[in-house]
Write a protein that binds this ligand. Structure first.
Ligand code: AMP
Ligand code: MN
Ligand code: MN
Length: 323
């Protein structure tokens, strides 16, 4: 970790120690990194100061309900906030309903690893070379001199494992493995954690997966794969939007595919787009064109229009990216 990030973390810890009312939050449509990170930092601050609040900005997917102290994530509308800590959020819009509380806080600390982060905080700890926000949270907790117990370690492991595709993606570094080695030393049960995260797919989710895959189209010399999940599919399978998890990685894994795209219909005029790549294409740049963002190999955005319109617009940008 570079010196600058180290100094910024010292400043953040000073703010945490000085502040009375601290609120921690992350992004809407939460994933393992966002939930694992807010819980881990929340538990550590609770150990240090005896109190903390973790804001719920969206429903927690069933995959992460097993995490220790998940019930700490709650709705708050108290506007008396000294310090707002945003984790894993590239911009303030990603906080959803949390944005209005962030704007009322005396100070905002922004801790993130998205390359597209717009430095919205008063203090910005942004490290695109970190595989997960969980890596940054690990480092801050160590610097705070709070002991990482099994509960904190379980949340950090979940954060890092999910954002690295189980340590497979190119964002994984030797530092990732050193951190995870420390977490294992603490005695977490990775078999239980991995069964909870990766081997507990519901039948509803499985059927949604099959329906979505049925829409598979392979384009641009077999280099691009696109699939769609519609509201009808969600309804007929009694599934939720969070149940689309896993579809895009399956499609990306087709041998000839470089870019995989999943279109998730929110309603007839809104589509959430997820894009993944393997080696050559920077998908964060594609999503940035639609006011979204993310990482080089994993990014997302929202397109306002029908599925058909969204498909046309995104495919045009994907095609341009290959030129
Ligand atoms: P997803 O496809 O939703 O799993 O997101 C892939 C990556 O892009 C994650 O790191 C997200 O945090 C990020 N991302 C997704 N949607 C957006 C958005 N609308 N704006 C900025 N970043 C996003
Ligand atoms: Mn995230
Ligand atoms: Mn992340």
């Amino acid at each position: 970790m570079d010196k600058k990030i180290d100094f910024l973390m010292d400043d953040a810890i000073r703010l945490i120690k000085e502040s009375d009312n601290i609120l921690i939050a992350s992004h809407v449509q939460p994933d393992g990194d966002s939930i694992g990170s807010i819980l881990a930092l929340g538990m550590a601050i609770e150990k240090l100061k005896g109190k903390v609040r973790i804001l719920k900005v969206d429903d927690i997917p069933s995959d992460y309900q097993f995490l220790p102290n998940i019930e700490l994530i709650k709705e708050f509308d108290d506007e008396n906030i000294d310090l707002f800590i945003a984790l894993d959020c590239g911009d303030m819009e990603r906080l959803g309903s949390g944005k209005k509380l962030a704007l009322k806080a005396k100070q905002i600390v922004n801790i993130d690893h998205h390359i597209t982060n717009d430095n919205f905080g008063d203090l910005n700890i942004v490290s695109p070379s970190s595989a997960a926000t969980g890596e940054l949270v690990y480092k801050i907790i160590k610097k705070m001199d709070v002991q990482i117990d099994k509960n904190i370690a379980t949340c950090l492991y979940t954060a890092i494992s999910t954002d690295t595709g189980s340590f497979m993606y190119s964002n994984t570094t030797y530092k990732t493995h050193l951190i995870v080695a420390e977490l294992l030393k603490i005695g977490i049960n990775i078999n239980d954690i991995n069964i909870n995260i990766y081997q507990s797919r519901s039948m509803e989710r499985t059927k949604l997966f099959l329906d979505s895959l049925d829409t598979l189209e392979i384009l641009l010399d077999d280099k691009v794969a696109i699939v769609t999940t519609t509201q009808d599919m969600l309804e007929s399978n009694d599934a939720k939007l969070e149940d689309t998890e896993g579809i895009i990685s399956f499609v990306r894994d087709i041998d000839t595919v470089e870019v995989a795209c999943l279109l998730k219909e929110i309603d007839e005029s809104e589509v959430k787009v997820s894009i993944r790549s393997k080696k050559a294409i920077d998908v964060s740049k594609i999503c940035n064109k639609f006011n979204g963002g993310g990482h080089i190999r994993a990014a997302g955005c929202t397109i306002y229009g029908s599925i058909k319109e969204a498909k046309k617009l995104i495919l045009k940008e994907i095609e341009m990216a290959f030129r």
